[in-house]
Design a protein around this ligand. Sequence first.
Ligand SMILES: Cc1cc2nc3c(=O)[nH]c(=O)nc-3n(C[C@H](O)[C@H](O)[C@H](O)COP(=O)(O)OP(=O)(O)OC[C@H]3O[C@@H](n4cnc5c(N)ncnc54)[C@H](O)[C@@H]3O)c2cc1C
Length: 317
Amino acid sequence: MNILVVAEVQLGRLKPANLAAVRMAQDLAAKSGGSLSIALIGSGVGDLVADANKYGVSACYTIDDQRFAHYTAGSFADAIVALVKDKGFTAVIGGEATTARDIFPRIAAGLDAGMCKGICAIADVDGGWGYQRPVFSGMALRTECIHTPIHVLTVDPTAVGEPDAGAAGEVIAFSPPGAADDAVTFVELRRAESARPDLAVAERVVGAGRGIKSADYLDTIGTLADKLGAAIGSTRAVVDAGWLPNEFQIGQTGKAIAPKLYIAIGISGAVQHAAGIRGAKTIVAINKDAEAPIFKIADVGVVGDLFDVVPGLIEQL
Ligand SMILES: Cc1cc2nc3c(=O)[nH]c(=O)nc-3n(C[C@H](O)[C@H](O)[C@H](O)COP(=O)(O)OP(=O)(O)OC[C@H]3O[C@@H](n4cnc5c(N)ncnc54)[C@H](O)[C@@H]3O)c2cc1C
């Protein structure tokens, strides 16, 4: 296949989820005997070319225009669709992240192509291949086949390793036709400012559940997180209670994370939450209920009252 990786750029930086997309694209290129290219879209993306163009791609396309200074799904999707049609790509791949969830279905629709989202592997099927992805909150793997000439894929960044390094490809500027998205106008970007690491890519995460009883205890959770240089995450119960905003939610309907260390505090371990921490290397659970499901997936379990255990832990660090 003639494969295009769409690298996601956020606030002038390449997102880590792109690496999973490149890895999967390299695997698909090996499987299908195809070539690999990468595309960057935005305004002033030239500075990012060196970073994106080091994985043995044949070309690195830049779609660099003031009209792409701010992300709007329609105009970005239209630009990628134009590039795919112009260059004859037969697979379009991105890392599964918030923007990808927004833009990739539009790209698939624009190309009249089948799409598989959040894939974790390529599997042999009847002399061809299909795409595997976790279903039922990660309890099973399903293999899906695409039967359209173009395949559109997003890749689960917690399930796929690093790409192989390789030579840089030719850098080619591409100017898609059309104007900015008429239906949507960028008004303002409001960003939560935090000195802590980004939850999606943090190496250490402290997760707070309903067991903390109230938002007041988040100060103590924050103290623990800061001692560890960790990000804070939470369950949906905490978000629903209004103790933390939505972007802190980990799980099936929140973020999927893959830290080296995840400390689950007062979290029962419902399947919907567990789905978001499958990629965590070491899970430490603190829960007063020895039967809580979180202990089935924890590497280290502390059965105890979090209001005793957490201050003790902070003291030891
Ligand atoms: C369609 C759907 C999607 C969902 N998506 C998500 C999702 O993305 N993410 C998510 O997290 N949830 C999600 N949920 C909700 C999920 O099912 C659970 O309700 C939620 O994860 C529970 O959160 P919790 O563990 O904080 O609360 P609880 O289940 O109430 O658990 C609280 C835990 O704290 C322990 N505890 C209480 N007091 C103490 C103490 N003093 N010391 C120690 N331990 C204590 C208790 O023993 C208990 O195990 C979803 C549900 C549905 C239906």
